[in-house]
Design a protein. Sequence first.
Length: 316
Amino acid sequence: MTRITCAMLWLSCLCVSGANAEQTRFDHSVLEDTTVFEYRWIDGSGMEKEVTFTLSNDAINSAPTVQPNYRTPIMMRHMVVALQKEAQSYDPRDAIVRIIPKRDTIDIDVRSRQPARQLEVMGVMNTAHKDAYDAYLFENYYMEFTTSFNQKGIKPDHARYILETTEALIPASQAFYEKLAGNEDARAYLDILLGWVQSIPYDPLDDRLSSNGAGFAPPMGLLLQNKGDCDSKAVLTSALVRAFLPDTSMIMVFLPNHALLGVAIKPLAHEETLSINDETYVLYEPTGPALIPFGQVSETTKQQLLTGRYTTESVN
């Protein structure tokens, strides 16, 4: 008999402290084929900035706007159905397969007169279980994850959200680019983008462990509801930066209660960096409402990075 445990660990987000960003205007107007987004905000120098961009309604409607909740009973039912279908494919004269669901585990009992056949069928059933679990995660935009404390869990599939949203967000990324003077570089783009996303209202998540992922807002959902937590803002920012820098290496950095980003541009002397696999990334924190400039991180973040309490994920 094989027993498979289905309970998983969750991540959480923590807002960093500091001087707060201020969003002074937000509006979105739904037209026949497009939606127009309008923003004003106060940047780190005290200047009011503004940006307007237009996104296709087809792109908005085809993108996920809500992260499905991860609930063990629903996931269990999904896997039990898949396993029972596989079990019913066997002739009882060859092998008897019983699927025994429990609170957060599934027992698989295989019996056959031939020991070798029993082992063979058990192997097939274990593979069917993994396939059903992987399919459930994929359908609901989740992935397995290992924390810096070597704890196993799941989290929203951030990299997939970025990959699937970047093209739709090109008009938004272009709008920020058009705010720059002709001789400004990527750092100027990142500066204005960072001030904007930090000013988007922060949606605190009291306990990600018990919220089952409900606090994460995919990029389109964040834009429509005009609020998001740390990983939601990090994913939106990454998609916009990827649209602007399609060939530049980028990472997401996960701390125990926080998320930030890194981009592989040449660092300035005062900027905070992280080296991964011989690549140096300049760090930045889009979470807000703290106004932390590009290339800088909070003291809490700095301490956790120094003690190795982080994991990273590449942005494709």
